[in-house]
Design a protein around this ligand. Structure first.
Ligand SMILES: [Zn+2]
Length: 328
């Protein structure tokens, strides 16, 4: 398939971060002093970072910008533009609202602003989108319970669920177990980052102790047959983001990424960018790499997108409508 044919594939993207998806256009709109050269130097991470924590350093400039209602609005609408140009028809956009309160916005302000921007962006860019609110590994249970309260409050307006993100090697689950239990009690959807910087045992932890049936990354499950069996037993879907894993050096080269092996083991797998900003990536480029390196074809991409929409944090009618477009 050509680049245009790859772009035209209708796509479902369940794993991407708002604060990691600022294009030059949105950065420059908010701070006209940022040139393309400065954008590349400060907002994009090198092709190879030392590890996940090293990569996090490149998120700081975007976060520093995203501290006002206008900045959140501009970044959200620009992300919808990027998604539409990428052939994405359904997206779940995640972020940690507690990181956007440095100049006085409340968590409610932050979430309401992004939800309103999705509605506004939808008028120009036909992308069906939901939000996922991220608890971060270093956060405590009190922050998490407040996040769950906000997620429930805005559920009907487009908050799809709750995530756990951040440094999985430096922090355990202790504070987060009651948070996720509360979320599940309320019927909220949950997912968690695990099994990227950390090993297969981190995937087992979030499946068994947080009760998630979707895992962000989860690719290092391939290191332990018992964890693969656990994923199959509980029908856990992996939100796979290959290029990000290569960039933080979980795998040395694309050829050695386990996405193909996970599919062959029968694990439910979708394809995502994770970060369009620091990684300098589109989902179309990611599809191109999967086609080139692993021989993925139209049928395999469709299967991945159908797997993803089946596990989306949206109502059944929305999922059915998206599924019909994937199958058309
Ligand atoms: Zn992520």
């Amino acid at each position: 398939m050509t680049r245009d044919e790859l772009r035209a594939i209708p796509k479902v993207e369940l794993h991407l971060h708002l604060d990691c998806s600022m294009s030059f256009a949105s950065v420059n709109a908010l701070d006209p002093s940022v040139t393309p050269e400065r954008y590349r130097a400060e907002f994009l991470a090198p092709q190879k970072c030392v590890n996940l924590v090293d990569y996090f350093r490149y998120l700081a400039p975007a976060l520093a910008l995203l501290q006002s209602r206008e900045a959140l609005r501009v970044a959200t609408i620009d992300l919808m533009r990027q998604l539409a140009e990428d052939g994405v028809i359904y997206a779940e956009i995640r972020f940690a609202p507690q990181l956007h309160r440095q100049t006085g916005l409340t968590t409610d302000d932050v979430v309401e602003t992004v939800l309103a921007a999705l509605v506004e962006g939808r008028k120009s860019y036909p992308v069906e989108a939901r939000l996922i609110l991220c608890q971060l590994r270093p956060d405590d249970a009190a922050n998490g319970l407040e996040l769950v309260r906000i997620a429930e409050k805005y559920r009907a307006r487009g908050v799809g669920g709750v995530d756990l993100a951040g440094d999985e090697t430096g922090y355990g689950l202790g504070e987060h177990i009651p948070v996720f239990a509360r979320a599940r009690d309320l019927g909220l959807n949950v997912t968690a980052h695990a099994g990227e910087a950390g090993g297969a045992e981190k995937v087992r932890e979030v499946v068994e102790q947080l009760g998630v049936r979707r895992v962000g990354h989860g690719v290092r499950s391939i290191e332990d047959d018992a964890v693969i069996a656990l994923l199959l037993e509980h029908d856990v879907h992996l939100e796979v983001c290959p290029s990000c894993n290569i960039q933080i050096d979980v795998f040395d080269r694309y050829e050695n990424h386990p996405v193909g092996r996970l599919v062959r083991r029968g694990v439910s797998v979708g394809v995502n960018t994770d970060a369009r900003g620091p990684t300098d990536l589109t989902l179309t480029q990611e599809y191109g790499r999967l086609q080139q390196v692993f021989g993925w074809d139209t049928a395999r991409f469709r299967a991945a997108n159908l797997a993803a929409i089946g596990r989306a944090f949206a109502d059944d009618a929305t999922k059915a409508a998206i599924r019909a477009r994937l199958e058309a």
